[in-house]
Design a protein around this ligand. Structure first.
Ligand SMILES: [Zn+2]
Length: 447
């Protein structure tokens, strides 16, 4: 390996350490080793830790959150008595969900388009983010990631498209030793350059949206290219990992794909191990399945986030369906197993020039817009796109123009965008809401 590669790894490793000390405090090393200890512990230790954290959260919610005070009693913190938290509740009761123990300044704003096309704004605190990152460090190591090791990331970013701070993004990539392929806009030129970069920089891991990973693998396969990169593993996150995505990526990159399940609202929920089981992150959350028998009948997943004290998420209906498994995993890890995860799907759009646009491009721009409470984008043809919106009193003509412009920026200026203001966007027969639909994708399997 050329000396500059090993030097860069060392510098990046030191930069990671400095960053974590700055973010998490001088006892960061202790926090990291405690995180690893708990997640590697025997089942009874994990469960005792989780029960204690849950009890503390419920007490905190009772004492400082007007919303939860209605459902909890001080000496009677039975979680099953608390109603499930719906996205609608968060939208309507946001002011009552805040903990009064946090000032406005201590709350960190976050938002998502979610799997339902319903924009949602919520708040987290600094400790939530610190704990979330510690867990990501632990679980990503299952796929071969480590501090300072080069990583290729195929993820959506608005930075490359000139809509966000470009230099900040570049600086972060440099010290983190990361290389990016923008998953929002997968052109042949960009994929070709990323492939060259891979062979040159020898990333140890790849982190990607499953649909973008599939497009990249397909590009390499169809062009008869051979990857010279010896990847330790691939982390696929934020969407459904379809079996054919996995098969092609594992064939092309000659390594295992690890499915990581998480969300902006509650962090990392479960991660696949070397034996192909999804282990639940019981250190950070308490997961329930809404089903008469969660071990045999799949049901909706409810998440209680154990670290976000600024705005407790208790029994949050995340919008995915799953089932539990009672088997002990041969990998040796004792965290319980989530089986049959049925999650979200994202469409891939296609422009007239053949460029692929990830559905997340639209979601990332639309989730935070005043006046829109729900949306759905349907690419009817290469020339025509329909945007359905459910609006509120903040909806304006300027918002309409912005949405049309964003779609045309991605799909082409000549594309006709019809905006339909509707009362509701009905659920499809599958019961699974889709906010991005493309009827022109050349690859039917991607729909
Ligand atoms: Zn396992």
């Amino acid at each position: 390996m050329p000396i500059r590669h090993s030097t860069k790894r060392l510098l990046s490793k030191l930069a990671w350490h400095a960053y974590n000390i700055y973010r998490k405090g001088l006892d960061y090393d202790t926090q990291l080793s405690r995180t690893f200890e708990i997640l590697d512990a025997p089942r009874e230790v994990i469960e005792a830790f989780q029960a204690q954290r849950l009890e503390r959260l419920l007490q905190h919610a009772y004492q400082t959150t007007p919303y939860y005070r209605e459902f909890l009693r001080p000496a009677h913190s039975d979680i099953s008595r608390i109603p499930t938290l719906e996205k609608q509740d968060i939208r309507e009761q946001l002011d009552r969900l805040y903990s009064t123990a946090f000032t406005r300044k201590q709350r960190i704003r976050n938002a998502t388009g979610g799997s339902t096309g319903t924009p949602l704004t919520f708040y987290q605190d600094r400790n939530y983010w610190n704990q979330r990152n510690l867990s990501v460090y632990y679980f990503d190591q299952w796929a071969g990631w480590n501090f300072g090791e080069p990583q290729l990331i195929i993820w959506g970013t608005l930075a490359d498209l000139g809509k966000d701070s470009h230099w900040k993004h570049q600086l972060n990539n440099f010290w983190r030793n990361q290389y990016w392929l923008n998953g929002f806009r997968l052109t042949d030129t960009a994929m070709s350059a990323a492939f060259e970069k891979m062979n040159q920089c020898q990333p140890q891991t790849l982190l990607a949206y499953p649909s973008s990973l599939y497009q990249f693998a397909k590009f390499i396969f169809e062009n008869g290219l051979t990857s010279l990169c010896k990847l330790k593993g691939i982390i696929a996150s934020a969407e459904m990992l379809h079996p054919h995505y996995r098969t092609l990526a594992e064939y092309v990159f000659k390594t295992k794909v690890y499915n990581r399940y998480g969300s902006r609202e509650v962090g990392l929920i479960a991660m696949e191990c070397a034996e192909g089981r999804m282990h639940i992150n019981c250190r950070d959350l308490y997961l329930e399945i809404e089903s008469p028998d969660p071990y045999t009948e799949p049901g909706e997943i409810l998440i209680t986030q154990l670290n976000n004290y600024a705005m407790p998420f208790i029994r949050y209906r995340i919008g995915d369906v799953g089932r539990l498994s009672d088997e002990m995993c041969p990998c040796g890890n004792d965290l319980p197993i989530l089986a049959e995860l049925l999650g979200r799907t994202t469409a891939t759009f296609r422009t007239r020039s053949g460029t692929l646009i990830h559905g997340g491009y639209f979601t990332q721009q639309f989730y935070d817009i005043d006046g829109v409470t729900q949306f759905q984008i349907i690419q009817e043809s290469l020339k025509h796109c329909v945007l359905k919106v459910v609006t509120d009193e903040k909806w304006t003509e300027a918002t309409r123009r912005f949405l049309v412009q964003s779609i045309q920026d991605a799909l082409g200026m000549t594309v006709v965008v019809t905006v339909e203001v509707v009362d509701e966007i009905p659920l499809p027969p599958s019961g699974k809401r889709e906010y991005t639909i493309s009827k022109v994708s050349g690859d039917v399997e991607d729909l």
